[in-house]
Design a protein around this ligand. Sequence first.
Ligand code: ASP
Ligand code: MG
Length: 402
Amino acid sequence: MAKKVLKFGGTSVGTIERIQHVAKIVKKEHDAGNKVIVVVSAMAGKTNELIKFSKKISNDFNKRELDVLLSSGEQVTSALLAGALIEKNIKSKSWLNWQIPILTEGEHSNARIVNMNISKINKFLEEGVAIIPGFQGISKNGEIMTIGRGGSDATAVAIAKLFNADSCEIYTDVDGVYSTDPNKIPLAKKIEKISYDEMLELSTLGAKVMQSSAVQTAMIYDIPLEVKSTFTNRKGTKIFNQQNIDYTKSVTGVAYSKDDAKITLIGVEDKPGVAANIFEPLNQAQINVDMVIQNVSSDQKTTDITFTIKREDLLKTKKILENNKNIVYKNITHNDKVSKISIVGAGMVSTPGVTYKMFRGLADNKINILAISTSEIKLSVIIDEENTLNAVKKLHTIFDLD
Ligand code: ASP
Ligand code: MG
């Protein structure tokens, strides 16, 4: 008998039939003698629909009211699932965030869970299944707060931690974490075991299976996760500490994203303090700079600086650069038709030549590299967007992942 947190994503509870199917999965776990806490997302598309409604009223819809509005999606699915379980003669109850309460800190639409009253629910688990809406909580002033898009994953991990659960299972519409996007690359393979760090890199770099901040929390508190399918019985992917994994390959997965843009400042003065002057106002505006490349100056006076940012920040960034009185340059160019391709693997640390192999592979396929960044377990490059799938496919083969 174990204490289990089961989280069901939007597609898993997307229709009434699916909610009934989820009830069957939950019943099975309950009948096996486990104490079960279920966390649910809103029905697929619901949160987006609610956001659209708010935008019809105002593009700058009141933040407090937006959180009240968006939290309703998960409340609907909580009640429907509890009702479906009761129909199956299982004692079940849903709690709204303020009834528990789930306490959060931080801003509207971007709060984080800091604590929760577990006593009532713990007591209820002796007899029934507890259903908790993901993605929300209340502030210390009692205001309803949401915790960022995809936040039901974070709710599940926080609950697993606070209730000291034995496992945290993330049920979704794919049957695990894949070596790359299985919808685009048919040779993608399911990964059986992956470390928190690798999963974190993959989800930050474009793999959409789990919310990055939820993986981060799981890593900090060493909460083992399993990503599995609501719709098949296949084994999922286990995410845990690196010590539990034997690395036979240098690369575990290839991720890609089209969220970045590249800016180049041409003819910048080459003297101390210039880079600081460029990036200071960007930092103040909370624009996240990812990769930076500065060329050596050929005339000892000027150089070019290229950097990447989120695509959505492009206009804002250009404006800040153009208004920056502390820098001198000849020209600004930008390119938002780029994509970021990353190879991720804890096995890289002990394998020499991974960098060369990646660059050689791209070169042999005539793919130009526009920027590079590395960390201990990942290597990312920016390339032209049109080469995205070709590059991913080739790297997947080169690193023996097909
Ligand atoms: N319903 C929320 C969203 O769509 C939270 C979640 O599904 O995890 O972002
Ligand atoms: Mg989700």
